[in-house]
Design a protein around this ligand. Structure first.
Ligand code: FAD
Ligand code: SIN
Length: 516
C-alpha cells in the first residue's frame, strides 16, 4: 500500500495528525494494532491542561512544568507547549470533543504540582474516552484509510531515510508493506514494561523499539512516572484513581490510620507524584502492608457519582463506596517520560521519520511530567508536525539547538551474561518491577541489565504479535535499566537508594543510539 503519510497508532496523537494532514489534502494511511479506539488515550481520566482560567497564564503553566521536571525540561519546547495550548483545545472542540462546563465556562480541576486550577475534563473522569471516541469517529466519517489489528513490526529504511513499515495483519497473519513519503510514529508509551501499571495492554513501547532499531536516537529512558494512586485489590489489574480525586480534597492515610503527606511536603497530598509514591512505599514498609488508603469520605455519594462517575462506579463494583470507605491504593507505572528524540516539529533524528505523543521525548516533561500535560503535548506537537510537513517552509534554524548538554550512549551487545532461554512477557515485567522500578540501586540494576541482554540474545526472530511485543518490552527494558544504571543521582521520577541526592553535574540527558 502507498500513502503520502503513514501514521502508526490511533490514540490522540495519531488521530490528531491524521485529521490535520487530511485537511491539508494529504493521502493518509493509519495502521493500528488493535481496534481504532483502543489506546492509552481512552483511559485518561484527570484531563488536559491549558492556562485558560482566571488568574492563570502560559507563563505560570510554564513555571509549574519546569518546576515539576526537576532541571531537565527543555524550556523552549515547554514554552511552545503552554503557549499553543489554548489553540489546540479549540481544535479539539472543533473535532467534536465536549469539555465539561460549570456556569457556562470550562470546568477546571486541580492536580499535583499545578499552582492553580487548569485541567479541562470531559464526562467527569472520562476525558480520554470523550477524546478517543470523538476523534476516531471523525476519522472514520472523513473516510481516512485505517487498517485495524495491524501491527507495525519493522520500519523500512532506504538510503538513510524511513520510507515505510512492514505490517503484520492479525486477522490472517498476512504481511503487508506500507510505503509513504513520511512515516509518523504515534504508538504511545511503554508502561507495560512493568508488572504493575495503569497502562492498557497495547502500551508495550513498540514505537521506541522500532525507532531505536532503525537508527533514531532515544533519550531520557530512565524516567518513568509512577502514579501514587492505583486501586490495589487482590487479583485485580491496577485501575487508576485520578489525582483529581486528591485535587478535590482526598487525603492519604497509612493502614495504621496516620495521615503522612502533610509532614513531608508543603503541598501534602498534591506534592509531585514521585514524592507521594515514595512516601507511600515507606509507609507500606513501616506498616507491613501492600497499600495505603485514600479518603474522600467527606464528599456525598451523589457528588462523587457526578464528578467521578467511572471511578465511583468501578469502586462500587469492587464493593467500595467512596462516600463511606477508604480506598486501598499503591503506586503503579504510569507514564514514559523518555522516548524517541524529536524537535518541536516532530522530527526524529532519522530523516523521513516523525514521532508524536507519548512515544516521543520532546523534552517538555524533563525528569517528571506535570499531570495532564501529556494529552496536551500530543495535540500541540501533532499540529506542528503537520505544519512542518504541509505548511510551507519552516522558520530558519531548522533543528533547534539542544538546551542541555548530553551523553551519547549505546547498548553493549557483549553485555549479555550466560545463555538463557527466551523470556515470557511476565518474566520481563516482573524483573523490571522488582529491579528497575520506583526505587533503584546500582548492583541490582547491573544484574537486571545483564539478564535483559541475555534474554534479548535468546529471543528468536519475532513472528507473532506476542513475540513482537515481548521484543519491544525487552528493548525498552534494557534502555530504561542501562540509563538508570548510568545516572548516579536521584532526580524527578528516577530514585537511586545508593545516590539519594540530586547532583548538579548530572543536569544533562542520556541519549541512546543503536550501534551501526
Ligand atoms: P496512545 O493513546 O497509547 O495510542 C497509541 C496507539 O498506537 C494505540 O492505538 C496502539 O494500539 C497503537 N500501537 C502501538 N504499537 C503499535 C504497533 N507496533 N503497530 C501499530 N499500532 C501500534 N494524560 C493526561 O494528559 N491527562 C490525563 O488525565 C491522563 N490520564 C491517564 C490515565 C491513564 C489510566 C493512563 C494509562 C494514561 C493517562 N494519561 C493522561 C497519559 C495519556 O493518556 C497518554 O500519554 C496519551 O493518551 C498518549 O497518547 P498517544 O496517542 O501518544 O498514545
Ligand atoms: C490522573 O488523572 O491522575 C492522571 C493524569 C495524568 O497522568 O496526567
Amino acid at each position: 500500500m502507498r500513502a503520502d503519510l503513514l501514521v502508526i497508532g490511533s490514540g490522540i496523537a495519531g488521530l490528531f495528525v491524521a485529521l490535520q494532514a487530511h485537511e491539508r489534502g494529504a493521502r493518509v494511511l493509519v495502521v493500528t494494532k488493535s481496534a481504532i479506539d483502543e489506546a492509552s488515550t481512552r483511559y485518561a481520566q484527570g484531563g488536559i491542561s491549558a492556562a485558560i482560567g482566571p488568574g492563570d497564564s502560559p507563563e505560570l503553566h510554564l513555571r509549574d512544568t519546569i518546576e515539576a521536571g526537576a532541571g531537565l525540561v527543555d524550556a523552549a519546547a515547554a514554552r511552545v507547549l503552554v503557549e499553543e495550548a489554548a489553540g489546540r483545545i479549540a481544535d479539539l472542540g472543533g473535532y467534536g470533543v465536549r469539555f465539561d462546563e460549570a456556569e457556562g465556562e470550562a470546568a477546571l480541576g486541580k492536580e499535583g504540582a499545578h499552582s492553580t486550577r487548569r485541567v479541562l475534563r470531559a464526562r467527569g473522569d472520562q476525558t480520554g474516552l470523550e477524546i478517543e471516541l470523538s476523534l476516531s469517529s471523525l476519522v472514520q466519517r472523513e473516510g481516512i484509510t485505517v487498517l485495524e489489528h495491524a501491527l507495525a513490526e519493522r520500519l523500512i529504511v532506504a538510503g538513510g531515510r524511513a520510507i515505510g513499515a512492514d505490517v503484520l495483519c492479525a486477522d490472517d497473519g498476512a504481511r503487508l508493506r506500507c510505503e509513504a513519503d513520511t512515516v509518523v510514529l504515534a504508538t504511545g508509551g511503554a508502561g507495560q514494561v512493568y508488572r504493575v501499571t495503569t497502562n492498557p495492554p497495547i502500551a508495550t513501547g513498540d514505537g521506541i523499539a522500532l525507532a531505536f532499531r532503525a537508527g533514531a536516537e532515544v533519550q531520557d529512558m530512565e524516567f518513568t512516572q509512577f502514579h501514587p494512586t492505583a486501586l490495589r485489590l487482590p487479583g485485580q489489574p491496577s485501575f487508576l484513581i485520578s489525582e483529581a480525586v486528591r485535587g478535590e480534597g482526598a487525603l492519604l492515610f497509612d493502614t495504621a490510620g496516620r495521615r503522612f503527606m502533610a509532614d513531608l511536603d508543603p503541598a501534602a497530598e498534591l506534592a509531585p507524584r514521585n514524592i507521594v509514591a515514595l512516601a507511600e512505599l515507606a509507609q507500606m514498609r513501616a506498616t507491613g502492608s501492600d497499600h495505603v488508603l485514600l479518603d474522600i469520605t467527606h464528599r456525598e455519594a451523589s457528588w462523587l457519582a457526578a464528578r467521578f462517575p467511572n471511578i465511583y462506579r468501578t469502586c462500587l463494583a469492587a464493593g467500595l463506596d467512596m462516600a463511606r470507605d477508604r480506598i486501598p491504593v499503591s503506586p503503579a507505572a504510569h507514564y514514559t517520560m523518555g522516548g524517541v528524540r524529536t524537535d518541536t516539529w516532530g522530527r526524529t533524528t532519522l530523516p523521513g521519520l516523525y514521532a508524536v505523543g507519548e512515544v516521543t521525548c520532546t523534552g517538555v516533561h524533563g525528569a517528571n511530567r506535570l499531570a495532564s500535560n501529556s494529552l496536551l503535548e500530543s495535540v500541540v506537537f501533532a499540529h506542528r508536525l503537520v505544519d512542518a510537513l504541509y505548511g510551507g517552509p519552516l522558520p530558519e534554524g531548522e533543528r533547534e539547538p539542544p538546551t542541555l548538554s548530553e551523553d551519547a550512549c549505546t547498548l553493549d551487545a557483549a553485555a549479555a551474561g550466560p545463555a538463557s532461554k527466551a523470556p515470557s512477557r511476565e518474566d520481563v515485567r516482573a524483573l523490571m518491577w522488582s529491579e528497575a522500578g520506583l526505587e533503584r540501586e546500582g548492583p541490582r540494576l547491573g544484574t537486571a541489565a545483564t539478564q535483559l541482554a541475555a534474554w534479548e540474545r535468546a529471543l528468536p526472530d519475532p513472528r507473532t504479535r506476542e513475540e513482537h511485543e515481548v521484543a519491544s518490552l525487552l528493548t525498552c527494558g534494557r534502555l530504561i535499566t542501562e540509563a538508570a544504571l548510568l545516572r548516579e543521582e536521584s532526580r524527578g521520577a528516577h530514585y537511586r537508594r545508593d545516590f539519594p541526592e540530586q547532583r548538579p553535574e548530572w543536569r544533562h540527558r542520556l541519549v541512546f543510539r543503536a550501534l551501526a
